[in-house]
Design a protein around this ligand. Structure first.
Ligand SMILES: Nc1nc2c(ncn2[C@@H]2O[C@H](COP(=O)(O)OP(=O)(O)OP(=O)(O)O)[C@@H](O)[C@H]2O)c(=O)[nH]1
Ligand SMILES: [Mg+2]
Length: 371
């Protein structure tokens, strides 16, 4: 395919086109993703999430700039729920106007949160894969927290940055409710406002309380805080359970930062302050993001995660295929609607109706037996 050839040669217009095809579920989508698969698995994918207006886009913008300063190329995906009418291209245009057009090491894409057949997380995952395949060192994913779909989007990433602002007592409660588990690092942005230190303290306390419960994605107790001055907390050096200790070489050449001998086998999310609008604290956030990547490699979590993601993908593909095989024809010839009506009218129970559909539409001779 000519498009993929241009893609592999680093043509950003081919990249944009590939994303559009994949995002819109074009018939070539499986072909494109299959073809690009060998090129994926190298980017460090970082999610930036938090309540509306806390400064995520500003921070993403600054992080992208900082990454470029460090010689890394950056792809950005913004899942933008606030522009349902325009399809959410606002942020991309803004950043592109500010710097993107002249810098080939940055690429920004907005995704509308609506209108994706397989759901926003699947669409985001595909776009992340395409950016990964294109060769960006860092892929930043901005999404508004903390609904279920955002949590799903955050499962796609290696490192989740949760952004909050001072004085949001309720926000801290919201964080406690769900986001605490998925945050690999916390940023109190708008630290130019009163109460930033207090919010940092509250978050630290909650993280200390949560220690021992383990994180949803890190999967172990969280200890080993990279302190404010970048030192590793000695708590990070005690016993490890179930995870190979530090020292393993990174699986993915070219993306890991300098391997640190002292990187902990446990990760306790650091809490940092920033004034994203002024660029303050951004380098420290970038350092923490890089430290987390080192931790993922050294602890063996990177590889575990890659396999998990591959398994999830396989499960989803098989499930989608089976659903389409069984329900596609049933939908077309009205069987599904007819049976649904029968169930709704209490003429038939849903179990019998489901068995009927499976017997009739399951491919091959090995029809599923009665259960
Ligand atoms: N005072 C102050 N304002 C900031 C800071 N960072 C961002 N802002 C402002 O906060 C507002 C929201 O910033 P965005 O970056 O658009 O926030 P967001 O979280 O991406 O917003 P949504 O995508 O709509 O959820 C803008 O007016 C920014 O200029 C900061 O550090 N201090
Ligand atoms: Mg934003």
């Amino acid at each position: 395919m000519e498009l993929l050839e241009r893609f592999r040669n680093g043509d950003q217009r081919a990249l944009a086109r590939a994303i559009t095809l994949v995002e819109n579920d074009h018939p070539d989508r499986p072909l494109i993703l299959a073809d690009l698969h060998p090129l994926t698995g190298r980017a460090h994918v970082v999610g930036i999430t938090g309540a509306p207006g806390v400064g995520k886009s500003t921070l993403v913008d600054q992080l992208a700039t900082e990454a470029r300063r460090r010689g890394k190329t950056v792809g950005v995906v913004a899942v933008d729920p606030s522009s349902p009418f325009s399809g959410g291209a606002v942020l991309g245009d803004r950043i592109r106007m500010e710097r993107g057009a002249s810098d080939r090491g940055v690429f920004i894409r907005s995704l509308s949160a609506r209108g994706h057949a397989g759901g926003i997380s699947a669409a985001t995952g595909d776009v992340v894969s395409v950016l990964d395949a294109f060769g960006f060192d860092l892929v930043l994913v901005e999404t508004v927290g903390a609904g279920q779909s955002e949590v799903e989007v955050m499962r796609l990433v290696h490192t989740t940055v949760v952004v909050t602002i001072p004085g949001l007592g309720d926000d801290v409660q919201a964080i406690k409710a769900g986001i605490l588990e998925i945050g690999d690092l916390f940023v109190v942005n708008k630290a130019d406002r009163d109460g930033a230190d207090r919010t940092v303290m509250e978050l630290e306390m909650m993280l200390d309380l949560g220690e021992g419960h383990g994180g949803a994605r890190t999967g172990g107790t969280r200890a080993g805080v990279p302190g404010a001055a970048g030192r590793w907390d000695p708590r990070g050096h005690h016993g490890v359970s179930g995870v190979p200790a530090a020292g393993g070489a990174p699986e993915q050449p070219g993306t890991a930062p300098e391997q640190s001998e002292t990187a902990p086998a446990h990760w306790r999310p650091p809490v940092l302050k920033s004034v994203a609008r002024e660029g303050q604290g951004v380098a420290e956030v970038m350092d923490a993001v890089a430290s987390h990547l080192t931790y993922l490699h050294n602890s063996g979590r990177w590889q575990v995660r890659q396999r998990q993601e591959a398994e999830n993908k396989l499960r989803r593909l098989v499930a989608d295929r089976l659903l389409a095989t069984v329900l596609g024809p049933a939908e077309e010839n009205g069987d599904l609607a007819r049976l649904a009506a029968a169930v709704a009218d209490r003429e038939q129970d849903p179990f019998t109706a489901a068995r009927h559909l499976l017997r009739r539409y399951w491919p091959g001779d090995d029809k599923p037996g009665p259960k």
